[in-house]
Design a protein around this ligand. Structure first.
Ligand code: ADP
Ligand code: MG
Ligand code: MG
Length: 865
């Protein structure tokens, strides 16, 4: 039989999984010699077996209760001198306010009189008793808590709880019992042991309360952990004005600064502090109220910080001048404070730099990199959408890419508002401060592109009706015209009318190379330098323009891991690619390619200049050709109404000819290179010529969508020949994004000098999820049902996609020792995915320029875990 109950003297802080956070830390404090009321913890194992068969380890609990009674010299609910206990939940991960606690167990009509005699306070004893019935009624017997609240409010009749007399509380006990009887058709249980047992079961049950389930889902806490239960001898903060209860932090959770941060409430118990029944006083006042307890508390907090080597929060109670510790844990903090506290602790000699890097996360860093709205700005929310890409953006609403670019060129801030965006909106997205869409989820075009650009985006704000032609959108009867100022918060998904004040991120300023003596910036600098020193993974950037490349370099990228060339064919150059598609003869085709080549060469020259001396991986054209053609419906209408030119008619034919049911699985990537003669050759030549002309260029040519080594071989041969002709060296490698490529990586590695995992497509094809459709269609259901805790497009699916990656890494390296391995999907900037890439031994991750610092930090953390 496993041990299911632990005395506080038997546990320690590392047993959170078994004893829950509260129990483990109560044990730790007990063993540190701090004043903790005695008690014991019923383990999460016991919770799991209770959930399986409804049993609780009654005998073991009985034995520990006897020990507790012996230690206190009182018996539970003894009519003459009752021991009272609290029954408190406490899971491995803190779930604030989600689960239950019942105080004052052991009181009944007889023991309340014993408590009167022992304490010498009638008022206290009856107050404690009514609290028991109230908490027990609500949490154990499932009675609407408002009924009790209403009864006490009625009794107070405008007085505060301090004005209530012993007689009032005694009357309230009567009223409360009446409520129990009326609501449940049974009496409040007077038997102390029964009270305790029912309370323990209620705590176990609260693990599966709807709000707890919801909270766990949001916080990604596994559903099968269960909660522990702590049974703790009661101490009393409601014994008079020399008693009280409080909460405190060992330092400021918003800044990390040392000082006294907490609240105290005299003559009160338990939840009164947070419930706000009366105004609390700042903890500093305790120095006058009870200097002795105050000094002891300060001493204990210093001790706890030294011991946990971190910011702790605590809950305490003072009973007639005697201080008791009721809870501690490593405290939650803001993202900024996390960095400041970690470096403060380094300065104070409590932790080393390795530990400081472990203590902060990439998500926290990412949060600090977005501009934000000033706190308490007071504007009201117009509507909400999905928080697709964080940050705060203010600008005039515009409804087309062209208008966005126009106004931006005049120096105006604009927000691009679209039903949904497509590749043609790119210029507008670049010009805009932020993007707002009424359709589409977190992996919609708008969301993905905005995240990549580090641009604020709220998407899928469904209450919005966009009328782009009329130049306005409406939410109910609110009309927003083009030019009206709106503000969008990509962190919360909120949309506001008018201008909400924005503050820039000092952390981004720092990465951009503008120094500051801001404490946060100093902390980030220290942590980043150390993460860089520790990491094994290189971090590259996905960048298509010299500006992006330059920014990536400033942000610490050691190369470009993915330059997409398709963006280079949009805008003015669209006509050239149309010519290519419409070419009827080999000569026409070659003429179109010849026109494109110098433009491409200039594109690459810009990138090589920005990345001088660093590797630049250029992916040959990947998307299906019809993406470069006008919309089929627009064209059909034009042609049908006789407004189309001769070229329009030819374009329409081409669109119809190239139309695919399933373009993601159609004619694209290497397939295009094999089918359209000269296309890849033109790109390779442009790369080679640009590299040759550049100072210290390190090109790497990447072939997309390869599934068989034969595809790669055939393209490679031609590329090799062109490189030799120009006289330039370049690595030639492939994306691994088709499952077959991963499964035949050994063969493919024979022909590839590097692999780059394209995990967007690899995820799409491994799961069979059409990325553009599934999010809106059913990801909500999948997340709700817990089929996955997070979208596999956001965070790498280790079991499935990850397994393919492992296979490819192993077999690829076996076939070609020294094969360079990287990742360039969206996952390259996701913290958990970066850790996975470290684990499986990739050489680098590549992500959008704004995620580069996040990936650097997470790569450092991965090396230190
Ligand atoms: P939560 O997890 O919601 O913080 P707790 O189990 O910590 O719930 O209980 C809430 C409050 O009840 C504590 O902060 C403390 O003030 C009070 N409390 C719990 N156990 C005791 C006890 N044994 N003696 C006195 N007060 C207690
Ligand atoms: Mg607590
Ligand atoms: Mg791809």
């Amino acid at each position: 039989m496993p041990k299911l109950v632990y005395d506080f003297t038997e546990g320690n802080k590392d047993l959170k999984g078994l004893l829950g956070g509260k129990g483990a830390n109560l044990a730790e404090m007990t063993n540190l010699g701090l004043p903790v009321p005695p008690g014991f913890t019923i383990t999460t194992d016991a919770c799991r077996s209770y959930m399986a068969d409804g049993s609780i380890p009654a005998d073991e609990i009985g034995t520990h209760l006897e020990k507790l009674e012996a230690a206190m010299g009182k018996k539970l609910g003894d009519p003459d001198d009752p021991l009272l206990v609290s029954v408190r939940s406490g899971a491995k991960f803190s779930m604030p306010g989600m689960m239950e606690t019942v105080l004052n167990i052991g009181l009944n009509d007889r023991s309340v009189l014993g408590l009167v005699r022992q304490s010498g306070s009638e008022r206290f004893a009856w107050d404690s008793y009514r609290r028991l019935i109230q908490m027990f009624g609500k949490t154990v017997m499932d009675i609407d808590g408002d009924l009790f609240e209403e009864a006490i409010d009625e009794l107070k009749a405008g007085r505060t709880d301090l004005d209530l007399t012993a007689g009032d509380f005694e009357a309230l006990v009567g009223t409360y019992k009446e409520i129990v009887r009326r609501e449940k058709g049974r009496d409040f249980p007077e038997d102390p042991k029964e009270q305790m047992e029912l309370a323990i079961k209620a705590v176990f049950d609260s693990w599966n309360a709807p709000r707890a389930i919801l909270y766990r889902r949001q916080e990604r806490i596994p559903a099968d952990l269960g909660t522990a239960v702590n049974v703790v001898a009661m101490v009393f903060g409601n014994l008079g004005m020399d008693s009280g209860t409080g909460v405190a932090f060992t330092r400021d959770p918003a800044t990390g600064h040392q000082g006294v941060y907490g609240d105290y409430l005299q003559n009160a118990q338990g939840e009164d502090v947070v419930a706000g029944i009366r105004n609390t006083v700042p903890l500093q006042h305790l120095q006058e109220i009870d200097p002795h307890s105050y000094a002891e508390l300060m001493d204990i907090m210093a001790k706890l910080e030294g011991h946990y080597r971190d910011l702790c929060d605590i809950e305490f109670t003072i009973e007639r001048g005697k201080l008791w510790m009721l809870q501690t844990r490593v405290g939650k903090r803001t993202a900024g404070a996390a960095f400041c506290i970690a470096t403060q602790l380094v300065d104070e000699g409590l932790i080393d730099l390795d530990e400081a890097v472990r203590r902060v996360t990439g998500d926290q860093l990412a949060q600090l990199m977005f501009p934000r709205f000033a706190a308490d700005h007071g504007n009201t929310v117009l509507t909400r959408g999905m928080n697709a890409s964080p940050g705060a953006a203010v600008g005039r609403a515009v409804f087309s890419s062209a208008r966005a670019a126009e106004l931006a060129a005049e120096g105006q801030d604009v927000i691009l508002v679209r039903r949904e965006t497509n590749p043609d909106d790119l210029a507008g997205m670049i010009a805009a401060r932020g993007v707002l869409t009424s359709r589409g989820g977190k992996t919609s075009h708008a969301a993905v592109v905005a995240r990549g650009m580090g641009k604020t985006c709220v998407c899928g704000a469904e209450e919005i009706e966009v009328d782009a032609k009329a130049g306005r959108f409406t939410v109910g009867d609110v009309v927003v015209q083009e030019g009206d100022v709106i503000s969008i918060d990509g962190g919360t998904g909120c949309v506001y009318l008018g201008e909400v004040p924005v503050v820039a991120s000092p952390v981004v300023e720092y990465f951009e190379g503008r120094p500051s003596d801001d404490e946060l910036v100093r902390a980030v600098d220290l942590v980043m330098k150390h993460a860089d020193a520790r990491r094994r993974l290189d971090v590259r950037a996905n960048a298509d323009t010299p500006d992006d490349a330059a920014r990536a370099r400033r942000f610490g990228a050691s190369g470009i891991g993915l330059c997409r060339t398709e963006h280079m064919f949009l805008g003015d150059r669209r006509v050239l690619i149309e010519d290519l598609i419409l070419a009827g003869t080999a000569e026409e085709r070659q003429a179109a390619l010849d026109a494109l080549e110098p433009l491409q060469k200039a594109d690459f020259a810009g990138l090589f200049a920005a990345m001088k001396g660093l590797p630049v991986t250029i992916r040959l054209i990947d998307p299906p050709l019809h993406e470069f053609l006008p919309d089929i419906i627009d064209l059909s209408v034009k042609v049908a109404t006789g407004k189309g030119t001769k070229k329009d008619r030819r374009l329409l034919e081409a669109v119809q000819r190239l139309h695919e049911q399933n373009p993601m699985l159609g004619l694209r990537g290497v397939r295009l290179g094999l089918v359209v003669p000269g296309l890849f050759a033109m790109q390779v030549r442009a790369i080679a010529e640009a590299a040759k002309a550049a100072d210290d260029a390190k090109p790497e040519i990447m072939i997309p969508l390869v599934g068989a080594v034969q595809e790669l071989e055939s393209v490679r041969e031609e590329a090799r020949r062109i490189l030799a002709e120009v006289g330039v060296d370049a690595l030639i490698g492939t994306m691994i994004e088709v499952p077959r490529a991963a499964l035949t990586a050994g063969q493919i590695a024979e022909a590839a000098e590097f692999f780059s995992f394209g995990t967007n497509d690899l995820t799409q094809m491994t799961w069979g999820f059409s990325r553009d459709d599934v999010e809106a269609a059913f990801f909500g259901t999948y997340l709700d049902k817990g089929i996955f805790g997070v979208s596999p497009f956001e965070s790498l699916d280790r079991d499935g996609v990850g397994r393919l990656m492992r296979v490819a890494v192993e077999e690829g390296r076996r076939a070609r020792p020294g094969l360079k391995l990287g990742i360039c999907g969206e996952h390259g900037g996701d913290p958990a995915s970066v850790r996975f890439c470290h684990e499986i031994g990739l050489d680098y991750v590549s992500c959008s320029p704004f995620r580069v610092p996040v990936a650097r930090l997470e790569a450092g953390r991965a090396a230190l875990m």
